[in-house]
Design a protein around this ligand. Structure first.
Ligand SMILES: [Cu+2]
Length: 251
């Protein structure tokens, strides 16, 4: 029973929901960082929103009145207010820029990965290669991952998101994704893992990820790449290391 519940959680609880407006639940340290940066910026944004809103309503309501704190006093010229509205935004921008750059360079770092996965975008599917592992025929483990069309979906399968071959990855392991494309520009993306990386033909881009829990994470190609751009989803399933080894064994 418990196992059944756990399977359900791992299978469905990270799936995107209709009308989902906020981030998906994070499953990687980078995503925690992004959510934190977002909340940080929202803090300043709300202060600015209310500040500007107050000034605007004040100007509209009291424009002709001598009681007006803003519109009357600074109708022609005001050195002080000009200094304030120049320096304050500059300071706020600096306050936003520092954590932003910190996160940007932190996410750029690919530190000593335990394994690499090559993801190659094609019109219109993804193919994956586990170049660190060989199968019984001494070949790299590689497979294509196609979307399952709506009429072939099993009960509970997600429309336009389910694929025939998922990317299986171990949890709590430093993984490097090498991302490229075979034909046109695609983009490899998984919101819960904070991955979004352009896939260019003839170029290898890399991102690193550490998935900190088990789960099934959905993403989509995020660069308009042709008529079936919306039909090349990405499904990354994170499992325990034992399960990952069993899966490797079966390839
Ligand atoms: Cu694409």
């Amino acid at each position: 029973m418990f196992q059944l519940l756990l399977n359900y959680i791992h299978e469905y609880c990270d799936a995107p929901r209709p009308w989902g407006l906020y981030f998906q639940d994070s499953a990687a340290p980078q995503m925690e960082g992004l959510v934190e940066l977002h909340d940080n910026i929202m803090f300043y944004l709300i202060i600015i929103l209310f500040g500007v809103g107050w000034i605007l309503t004040s100007v509209i309501r009291n424009y002709a009145s001598t009681r007006s704190p803003i519109s009357h006093k600074y109708l022609n010229h005001g050195t002080l207010i000009e200094l304030v509205w120049t320096i304050t935004p500059a300071l706020i921008l600096i306050l936003i820029a520092f954590p932003s750059f910190k996160l940007l360079y932190l996410m750029d770092e690919v530190s000593d990965p335990a394994m690499s996965v090559l993801a190659e975008g094609h019109q219109w599917y993804w193919s994956y290669q586990y170049s660190d592992f060989l199968n019984d025929d001494n070949e790299n483990i590689e497979f294509d991952s196609y979307m399952i069309p709506e009429e072939d979906l099993e009960d509970g399968g997600l429309r336009m998101l389910e694929v025939d071959n998922r990317v299986i990855l171990p949890e709590l392991t430093h993984i490097r994704f090498i991302i490229t494309a075979a034909d046109v520009i695609h983009s490899f993306a998984s919101p819960a893992l904070a991955i979004k990386c352009d896939a260019y033909p003839g170029r290898l881009n890399q991102v690193s990820v550490l998935i900190n829990r088990e789960g099934t994470f959905y993403g989509q190609c995020s660069e308009i790449c042709g008529i079936l751009h919306s039909s090349m989803p990405i499904v990354i399933q994170s499992v325990s290391i034992e399960k990952f080894l069993t899966w490797l064994e079966s390839q």
